[in-house]
Design a protein around this ligand. Sequence first.
Ligand SMILES: *Cc1c(COP(=O)(O)O)cnc(C)c1O
Length: 394
Amino acid sequence: MSKNAKQATQIVSLGRDKKYTKGIINPPVFRASTVVFETLDDMRFAIKNKTNGELFYGRRGTPTHFSFQEAISELEGGAGTALYPSGAGAISGALLSFLKSDDHLLMVDTAYEPTRDLCNNLLAGFGIETTYYDPMIGAGIRELIQPNTKVLFLESPGSITMEVQDVPTLSRIAHEHDIIVMLDNTWASPINSRPFEMGVDISIQAATKYIVGHSDVMMGTATANEQYWPQLRENSYLMGQTTSPDDVFLAARGLRTLGVRMAQHHKNGLKVANWLAQRPEVDHLRHPAFESCPGHEFFKRDFSSANGLFSFVLKQGDLKSVKAFVEGMAHFKMGFSWGGYESLILGVFGIEKIRSATQWDSSKPLIRLHIGLEDPDDLIADLAQAFERYNQAL
Ligand SMILES: *Cc1c(COP(=O)(O)O)cnc(C)c1O
């Protein structure tokens, strides 16, 4: 396929080379542990080329994996992609591939909670020190850099509170100090931002979310640039990271409709968000496409679209009134993992406990929504009822 093809064409076509598909539309599911060789020369050839798409051993992947890896690498704009059994696996796999004892890690304060827990528990136990930084720190990151700082980790927008980071500025300063820049890019998915053009070295996806898109597979990807791909690939191999070809098949199937799903999540999400913005009970929206979201200017500059995931903050409320809001919904279900076709709602408490470099005012309740592919008018009607229950419970 032409490298200049437009994104929608790429989403449909990438990784469908005949060497993977044998001419079938979708790359088949190749299940493998052992690969057998006719001659010693064949085996030696496979050993030599095991990282350039030659079959070597199941853990190195099969054409099912290679095809999907190639598609994600191209969409993200990196040199190679390692696959992991979950998004959390991709985050820990990337960090552990580059950090060692006595290294220092700069972690965004608004990271996904299990990422924080990884730093505070496992990494701390290995003698890796973490400093949390304000997602809006921008060039101020310079003051937090130490001689032993090895990795700068970003997640943009931030988890739950959705602060959008100035990725190019942060990357530029990190590179002045030879620091590796990693980004949890799950919200953008591989199609709504250009992480490598913004200076990111390793872009991570919880493929579980929008890539899979149907809430039925756990998977993670970490895509690296030329400089860091060999180390990421080899260390992820050493840590025994593999994914089932059946799961990869489903992730690849999800990928084919990512473009149209994202456009619809974005459109439905905006319709619901615009309606929420008019509600008197709402203090402000945490949706990157709205000015009330910190870093909105970076969203406008760095992203091509939003999606269905955002939050809003109520002017007042407590456990009882938020419970009244989120319980008894007709269409929204309560659950954590987003990015599927279905709408989700979550009343989030205790945000101040997962922040240390920034302050969060917990007196105003926050509700997170994932807007799915239902008709947004039904979702709005559902939320209107929720406001009625909430107002009665106040
Ligand atoms: C869900 C999520 C993860 C973790 O992915 P899993 O596949 O659930 O392990 C990591 N980062 C972000 C931003 C996520 O939303």
